[in-house]
Design a protein around this ligand. Structure first.
Ligand code: FAD
Length: 318
């Protein structure tokens, strides 16, 4: 990482001042595509925040926005309501998440059919997490056992575009890193065309996973999932649950800021902008943001990536 950074510095140092006008630098920005993830609100106050965030981010013209789904279908109606309203009232393309757990195959495919009939053509297909307290995941006899099975099932309903999940640091239940890459290959072979990763904070984790996927013959784009840090203890909790690691340097950056939200926000923006620029230097040109229904940090990171309201038309045609 350090060597890449100094290479970049050298490149810019060689530019003479006449090359440093803002316009040519901006027009050389590579095209970046972004998507934003939201979760269905549980009450009126959360709904207000969600809609303010959607409206704030809308002018950035993301490739799509996605809406999560409770693993056991617990948010079925709420997810559907947000998806329908985004489709109806905004210029955005909305993509629902759908999971296997807690429902029969027929029930899951009924939900998918309803979406198809409403004009939804893209789904994020997931297994979902087993309910809290479950020792070992046991698939339901009449359900889809794993995400790869769900992908196959969705293709019987319609020719959906399907995105799936990937884990740069391995899914916690996978026996080995390679077995997890094999699982991603099964999902792609079943018909998925994009993998969105679990969040991570070390570029090397993503690069190692991308190399392993390429070696396994996975050609579909791997889109890094970026989780801007609003509250550090919350991120630590998420990380523990999903097997992502929190590097020591990151912990140190947020140390002592529990009671200092303004500085915390500045640090969070700096960390995330550093992360996306580091990935960009390694050829990444698509990013998925876990917004947690908050727009401010995501907007700032997009701005740093050159994703701006005025640049929307160019991105759409890319
Ligand atoms: C981008 C993204 C979005 C998400 N959105 C949601 C959401 O909206 N709602 C939600 O509840 N959760 C969501 N999750 C979390 C996800 O549901 C969990 O991480 C879940 O534990 C695994 O889902 P999966 O689709 O990756 O499962 P799978 O791909 O099915 O894999 C699950 C585990 O089973 C293993 N496995 C797969 N097939 C087999 C097999 N045949 N035999 C044995 N083992 C196998 C895999 O290696 C892995 O360890 C999301 C995660 C990501 C990265």
């Amino acid at each position: 990482m350090a060597s890449t950074r100094s290479a970049d510095c050298g490149r810019f140092a060689q530019l003479s001042s006449k090359h440093l006008s803002v316009k040519p630098l901006m027009s050389r920005q590579p095209t970046v595509n972004v998507s934003f993830e939201f979760f269905p609100p549980a009450d009126e106050a959360m709904e207000k925040t969600l809609w303010e965030s959607i409206r704030y981010l809308e002018p950035l013209n993301p490739r799509f926005v996605s809406v999560t789904y409770g693993a056991d279908g617990s948010t079925r109606e709420r997810t559907h309501n947000v998806v329908s309203r985004v489709q109806r009232e905004t210029s955005l393309t909305c993509v629902p998440h759908l999971t296997c757990i807690g429902a029969s195959q027929g029930e899951v495919l009924d939900v998918a059919r309803k979406y198809w009939d409403e004009g939804i053509r893209h789904i994020v297909a997931l297994r979902g997490d087993a309910p809290a307290g479950t020792v070992k995941y046991e698939p339901r006899a009449d359900g889809f056992a794993y995400a790869a099975d769900l992908v196959k099932g969705l293709k019987t309903v319609g020719d959906f575009e399907i995105s799936v999940a990937a884990y740069p640091e391995k899914h916690p239940e996978a026996h080995t890193f390679d077995a997890d890459v094999d699982n991603l290959k099964r999902k792609i072979d079943a018909g998925a065309t994009r993998a969105i990763t679990q969040f991570f904070y070390e570029t090397d984790h993503f690069l190692r996973f991308r190399d392993a996927a390429a070696a396994r013959g996975i050609l579909a784009p791997l889109v890094p999932g970026i989780l801007p840090i609003t509250r550090f203890p919350q991120i630590t909790r998420f990380a523990k649950r999903c097997g992502a690691s929190i590097p020591e340097w990151l912990e140190q950056r947020f140390e002592g800021l529990d009671e200092n939200p303004d500085t915390r926000k500045l640090i969070a923006a700096a960390v995330a902008i550093e992360q996306v620029h580091s990935l960009q230097r390694h050829g990444v040109d698509q990013f998925h943001f876990y917004t947690l229904n908050r727009a401010e940090l995501t907007y700032a990171i997009c701005h740093a990536l050159g994703v701006r309201p005025g640049a929307a038309a160019a991105r759409k045609s890319a």
